[in-house]
Design a protein around this ligand. Structure first.
Ligand code: IPE
Ligand code: IPE
Ligand code: MG
Ligand code: MG
Length: 323
């Protein structure tokens, strides 16, 4: 995590203060809820989204109270969606430890997710941060659409590259774009500058999710289960590409194995080897780099500052990360 720590130095004071802010915004007088939110905070993730909010505000303006609220709002909603996502994906591990559904079961995880979501919305409403609220609510709407589109496609085991990009644009890139837009809004920037930041974030978010999908094929510990996409019959870019390269018979065999035996280790190994043999990971990597570069190209046009340099390193981190 050395690279990430280095990127954080420019905004280290802000991130420390953010932590206090964030804890405050999850506190509850219901003991079970407070215990779970405490657990969530202790196992916090990379915090890429709050970083994007602070850096986007710093790039052209001044980080202020509403920037902190934007960062908390986004991290609250991000955490809520991860808690729900692990229910949806039946995943028992998150951030190197047990997921909420693994420890407390689905019922509780669904309610905790709802609680975090509502705390985020209230934080914005109580401070009349309506533009932030609009950005983030639009992103959450997109996320739900993306997740549902994914389920629809998963059931049919039939997904084109174009549909894959539509799914990840909705389920992941929309919130990353909102981070950059909200940072800019909190600094009081004009609508066209907010749009520019949003575009940088959307491209970055797509690169981020392609990387995430490549990590599912990793042999290392990434802090959450690997091979999980195959188990859940989710087709991501490496597999979509590999299937495009395959003969009719090969394709039929792979689809059959996923359809009927997706949870078997043999199937996962078979799909891993198939994807590797067909160059699926190289292709995904190529696409990821394309999106990363288009994000970087827009950023390049902005005035130079330590925030911008740190933002650039964060863009690199997203495509080089190991978890
Ligand atoms: C995970 O996001 C969810 C996806 C959109 C793939 P992160 O990898 O940023 O999650 P944390 O917050 O660091 O755990
Ligand atoms: C990420 O989706 C969660 C959302 C964007 C809602 P995934 O299911 O692909 O991500 P991980 O791998 O569980 O983090
Ligand atoms: Mg999911
Ligand atoms: Mg998941």
């Amino acid at each position: 995590m050395a690279l990430l720590d280095e990127i954080k130095t420019v905004i280290s004071k802000e991130l420390d203060e953010f932590e206090v802010h964030f804890r405050q915004s999850t506190k509850s007088s219901v003991p079970l809820l407070d215990k779970i939110t405490y657990y969530l905070i202790k196992r916090r993730g990379k915090q890429l989204r709050p970083m994007l909010v602070f850096l986007s505000a710093g790039i052209h303006g001044k980080i202020n109270e509403s920037t902190y609220r934007a960062a908390s709002l986004i991290e609250l909603l991000h955490t809520a969606t991860l808690v729900h996502d692990d229910v949806v994906d039946d995943a028992y591990r998150r951030r190197g430890f047990f997921s909420i559904n693994a420890l407390w079961k689905n019922k509780i995880a669904v309610l905790v997710g709802d609680y975090l979501l509502s705390r985020g919305l209230l934080l914005a409403i109580n401070n009349k941060d309506f533009s932030l609220l609009e950005q983030v609510s639009t992103a959450v709407k997109k996320m739900s659409e993306g997740e549902l589109l994914q389920i629809e496609k998963t059931r049919k085991l039939d997904i084109s590259e174009e549909e894959y990009f539509e799914i990840i644009r909705c389920k992941t890139a929309s919130l990353v774009a909102a981070c950059c837009a909200c940072g800019a809004i909190s600094a009081g920037l004009s609508a066209d500058k907010v749009d520019t930041m949003w575009n940088i974030g959307e491209k970055l978010g797509i690169a981020f999710q392609i990387k995430d999908d490549m990590l599912d094929y990793s042999a290392d510990d990434i802090g959450k289960p690997t091979g999980a996409d195959i188990k859940e019959k989710k087709m991501s870019l490496p597999l979509i590409y590999a299937l495009q390269q395959a003969s009719y018979v090969e394709k039929k065999q792979i689809i059959y194995a996923i359809k009927n035996h997706s949870k078997k280790t043999e199937t996962i190994d078979k799909v891993f080897n198939f994807v590797k043999a067909k160059g699926g990971l190289e292709y995904a990597n190529k696409k990821m780099v394309e999106y990363r570069e288009s994000s970087r190209a827009i950023l390049k046009e902005l005035p130079d500052s330590e925030y911008k340099r740190s933002f650039e390193s964060l863009i690199n981190f997203v495509t080089e990360r190991k978890n």
